[in-house]
Each structure stands twice: as C-alpha cells, then as structure tokens.
Design a protein around this ligand. Structure first.
Ligand code: ME8
Length: 604
C-alpha cells in the first residue's frame, strides 16, 4: 500500500474562508479521496496559521480582549466551512496547539544545533500582509503590490538562519527533480530567484505579544513563517509530504525557505510542491475593499457543495489563474451536470424501473465500449497521479457525454417493442456506464455519488470498479431520483456586476423624495401609486411594494428615487421614476434617508 500525504497551506484567521481558500482545499480533498479510493494509505492535513500579527489586529478590531478566544471562534468558522464543503481531512492543525509548539521548538533547536542560527541585527522593510521582509525594489508606489500596504521600517536585534548556505543544494535539488516544483512556470520563477543569489533570513522578532517564543529566549518570538511551515511535520510517520498544494503567492516560502529549513534540520524534502493560480471573482481580484469576497457557505446553500466542487475544478485549469462567476457556474450546472450527467443517469435508471421492474435486464456486455471506457479511466488515473485534476474531470465528463450519446443512438424506447434484446443490451451497458461515472466522480462530488450509489444499489468500493462492467443481469437497482436541478439564469440574487465608471454612475439622477400620498392600484396585488414631493415638483411613481408596505406607513417617508429614467406605464398609471429598494429572498426594504433632508436632495 503506497503512502500519500497531502497538505493545504494553513490559512490566516483574520477573516473567514473565501472561494480562493476553498479552491485549494477542494483540490487537495479530491486528490486525497481519489488516493483513498485507489487503496493508498492517505493522510490529508489542513489547518490554521494563528500566530500572525494579523490575528492580533483582527481580534482587536472585533473587540476581543482575549486573542485566543478570537482564534477559537475563527477556528470554529473554518472547521464549519470545510464541513459544509465535505472536506475529508485527517487532521486539522492549529498553530496555537501545544503539539505544534513542541514541533516548532524541536525544529528550531535542530537548526541551531547544526550551527545555522546566529544573532544579528536587521534593518529593513516588513510587510505585515506577507508577514515577511520585502525588498525596496519589490515595492510599487511605496506599497507591497500584493497587499497594497505600506511596509514598516524595522530595525531590531533578532536571530538569523543561514539560508544562503543551502542555496546550491536547493538549486541542485530543483534541477535534478523535475517534479519537485510544479507547474513549470513556477519552477522557473524559483530557479531565477535562486540564481540571483540568496541571503540569510531573520527568523525571530523581538517584543511581540503573540506567537511562539524562541527556546531559551522568551523575549524573541519565532518568525511566523518558520512557525507555520513546521505544521507540515505533524504526522511524522507520513513525512515526507507527497504533495504540498499552495497558490503562487507563497512559493518562495515553500520552495526556498522550507527546503532550507529541512536540509539544515536533517529531514527529507517534500516530494512535490504544486502552486496553482489565483482566482478572481467576476473578473476582479478577491478583496475586502471591493466587497466581492464570496463566502462559500452562501454558495453551498444556494447550489450544494458538490456543484461548487465540480465547478471550480472544471472551470479553472489547475495551475493557471481562473475566474469564478456565478453565471458560468449556473451554465455548467445546467448544461453539464443536469443535462448531460444527471439526464443520462435518470434516463437509464427510470427506464429500468419502468420497463424492467427495477432489475438490470439480461443483456450482452458491449466489449468495445467496456474497453474504451476502461482505457479512458486508465487515463484519468494517470492524470490524477500527476495532480492534473481539471484534465481528469474533463475525461470523466467525456464518458458522461458518451453515455448520453449511447443511450440516444440505441433508442431503447423504440427497440423495446421491435427488438427487446437490443433494448436489454443497451440498458445493461448503460447501467454499467452509470456505475463507472459514479465511482470516477466520487472524489469530486462525494455526496452526489453517494446518493447515486444508493440508486444503483452498489458500493462505490474501489477505483478498480470504474474500469469494469461488473453489474450483471438480475441486479436490482434502488429508487431513482433527480441528482441535479437546473437553476434559472435569471436568478434574483445576481452576482456583483463588473466595475462601472463614475461617469456611468453620474448619468443617473437619484434624489430623495417625500411621500405625500400612497394608494393601491386597483386590479394589482403588487403595485402602489406614490405621489412624491421632489425639488419644487410633484411626481407620480409606481412601485411594486404593496405586499410589503401598507400605504399609510409610507406617508412622510423620505425615499430614494431614480428620477431620470424613461417613464413607463404600469397598469395604466404613468411612472415617472423608480423607487430604490433592497431585495433579500423575496423580502423588500425601501431605501430612505437616515436624517431629515430637503425633498429633492441629491443622492451621490
Ligand atoms: O499565506 N485564488 O495564508 P493565507 C486561489 N498562512 N487561491 C487563493 C486565493 C485566490 N484568490 N486567495 C487565497 C498564508 N488562496 C499562510 C500560509 S502555509 C505554511 C502558511 C489560497 O490565508 C491559496 O492556497 O493568506 C494561497 O496560497 C493561500 O490561500 C494563502 O492563504
């Protein structure tokens, strides 16, 4: 039994997870699940990097006096998110745990015993976003390009690690192990960084209130990256890691600092570091200030964990940058999961239920089809071994398409009358195709495939089952039910729109109007006719809020109106403006001015 140890980065806890963190974790989970199915001895580690300055800042911002209490509350949120996403980690490490501190001290001491730690003085710029020193030349407009933050000038006494001593060894290792850093572009990036020279690094900071102290020198706190990287040594029996999955933002720490630390401490290097690309949301960088940080739990509730898992892997070619858009998610859900995979499964299983009393008919295995599928699954296996999750999923979806086509071209609904044996043959083969898909897709969509296995009345069991048509005539299936429901693309809760210019915004004339009269429009359940006082004029507008506000409640309210839209006629009443209101799952709340303002006041 081969060992397979896979990790994700341990994430900072200054915020709850967003779709970018979810992406890395989903990929690692798919690989862990696939290796388990394949029969490997798997260990999948994820967790949290809690000893950062960011933790202290976030705790303060949120009014926590006790930083550990803040960390505990965040840990709950992260664990909760991973549960919703069906992440099957074997252990969840938090760097505030004693077991982790012990490991950090052990590693620090080993490096020290090796003679690789020395005291020095450092003067330089430190970016608290990166939790690392940053070179003047890497700044853009005086700020860290990644965090848009001005670094702090720091001059302090601290401990140094002789990283430069390991430069040649690391270079050689990367050159002679082509798999060590993937993809190729990232490897080249690291190589050119190393070739430009490598300096020793400071590995402690004085006078920090939070973090792990240097053994024997409690005034010094261990640099948070040295601390964080050690998390990977938690399951010592599984070391070296077979795959560290990270994104391109943290390659230097993983591909240079971490190997340096391991070489000094006398541990083997990880087998592979895979740095994937960055996700944008609706075309924009994920950032708090842009307000586009999608909380995965919102998406899971709306679409299910499996749809999210499927979407990100299929949409973002693993290794490259990609975009998350709800519109594309719905398209893939509707066109691929519902129309291809779901449709095929449902047609096959309901046919067996309706025409063969729920029993797989006595038919002949299509050997050519079985060989074709088995070969494709062999491909998928190779791709997954090489961490090529997107291509692997593409191949599996080809099988789903093939299934649909097979059913369609064999027309069992016709042959059942003209040549029943042909219909029986078709259904035996199609049931086997459904089972192949059920097994092969189970690492990607575990919950859906669990349901499908019940409908098929089979155990997902092992990967080998994806290669054989081993469902025989006479096998009783379970109760078919729909796996995916299409989501209409004009869903009311629209994703954030792309950026608009101030000029675009200025085209609209939004004003505050005072409601002077409000009455229901006869014959309409939803519409109210409102009369408003604006700057020196009166306007009539029609608003669809009758079910949410009694007319009398609106009188005197200072509401926000778009005044310069083309007038429209609704139920015979001309509306000369649009009332602004927020909609939340069918509930309406109108926008009003917070303090008294003159009617006609401009909203900008
Ligand atoms: O760097 N697209 O933690 P972190 C894709 N604590 N992946 C993204 C992403 C995006 N837009 N944003 C974040 C740290 N990620 C350290 C790690 S490990 C010893 C210490 C994912 O919370 C991606 O995996 O900033 C990236 O490398 C990681 O989150 C950074 O997480």
């Amino acid at each position: 039994m081969a060992k397979f140890y896979i990790t994700t980065p341990i994430y900072y806890i200054n915020a709850v997870p967003h779709i970018g963190h979810a992406y890395t974790t989903i990929v690692a989970d798919v690989l862990a699940r696939w290796h388990r199915l394949f029969g490997d001895d798997v260990f999948f580690l994820t967790g949290l990097d809690e000893n950062s300055i960011k933790t202290v800042e976030a705790a303060r911002e949120q009014g926590f006096k006790d930083i550990q209490a803040y960390a505990d509350s965040m840990a709950k949120a992260w664990v909760g998110a991973w549960k919703l996403l069906d992440i099957s980690y074997d252990d969840f490490i938090r760097t505030t745990q004693e077991r982790h501190k012990r490991n950090v001290h052990e590693l620090f001491n080993r490096i020290k015993e090796r003679g690789d730690i020395y005291k020095g003085e450092y003067e330089g710029l430190y970016c608290e976003g990166c939790e690392a020193y940053i070179a003047e030349g890497d700044l853009v407009d005086g700020k860290c390009p990644l965090h848009q933050k001005k670094p702090k000038l720091i001059k302090e006494k601290n401990y140094f690690f002789k990283l430069s001593k390991y430069r040649n060894q690391i270079l050689k290792h990367i050159q002679s192990n082509p798999q060590f850093i993937q993809p190729e572009t990232r490897k080249n990036e690291v190589l050119s960084f190393l070739k430009s020279g490598l300096k020793d690094i400071s590995v402690s900071r004085p006078e920090l209130e939070w973090g792990i102290k240097v053994p024997g020198d409690p005034k010094q706190t261990i640099w948070v990256w040295l601390d964080a990287l050690v998390n990977y040594m938690l399951p010592r029996d599984y070391w070296p890691a077979d795959a560290h999955i990270i994104a391109k933002d943290i390659i230097r720490f993983h591909c240079v600092v971490w190997p340096g630390m391991l070489l000094s401490a006398g541990f083997e290097l990880p087998r592979q570091i895979f740095a994937h690309g960055f996700l944008t949301v609706e075309g924009q960088k994920i950032s708090k200030s842009l307000g586009n940080v999608i909380d995965p739990s919102y998406l899971i509730e709306k679409y299910s964990a499996d749809v999210i898992r499927y979407f990100v892997i299929r949409e973002v070619s693993f290794g490259q940058d990609g975009n998350f858009s709800e519109e594309s998610l719905r398209t893939r859900l509707n066109d691929e999961l519902a129309d291809v995979f779901g449709n095929f499964v449902h047609r096959v299983l309901t046919f067996i239920r309706d025409r063969f009393e729920g029993t797989v008919p006595n038919g002949k295995v299509d050997k050519k089809l079985e060989a074709e599928v088995s070969e494709r699954i062999g491909q998928v296996e190779k791709l997954l071994e090489g961490l090529k999750v997107t291509q692997a999923l593409d191949e599996i979806m080809v099988i789903a398409g093939r299934g649909n086509e097979y059913f369609q071209s064999h027309k069992p609904w016709k042959t059942i009358k003209s040549d029943p044996q042909k219909a029986a043959d078709c259904l035996l083969n199609c049931t086997n195709l459904v089972k192949v898909l059920c097994v092969a897709l189970s690492p990607f969509m575990p919950s859906t495939c669990g349901k499908l296995a019940k409908q098929l009345n089979v155990e997902v069991g092992s990967w080998k089952r994806a290669k054989k048509f081993d469902i025989r005539s006479g096998h009783k299936i379970g109760k078919p039910s729909v796996l995916f429901t299409k989501v209409r693309t004009d869903n009311p809760s629209k994703p954030l729109k792309p950026r608009a210019s101030i000029k675009d915004f200025e085209k609209l004339d939004i004003r505050i109007g005072r409601v002077t009269k409000a009455e229901k429009i006869p014959g309409s359940k939803k519409l109210l006719k409102l009369e408003l006082e604006l700057a020196g004029e009166r306007r009539t507008i029609v608003a669809g809020i009758a079910e949410h506000y009694p007319s009398e409640e609106l009188i005197g309210k200072q509401v926000a109106i778009v005044t310069n839209l083309e007038p429209v006629k609704l139920m015979g009443v001309k509306s000369e403006g649009m009332l602004l209101a927020a909609e939340d799952e069918g509930k309406i709340s109108i926008l009003t001015a917070d303090k008294p303002v003159k009617p006609g006041a401009k909203v900008k």
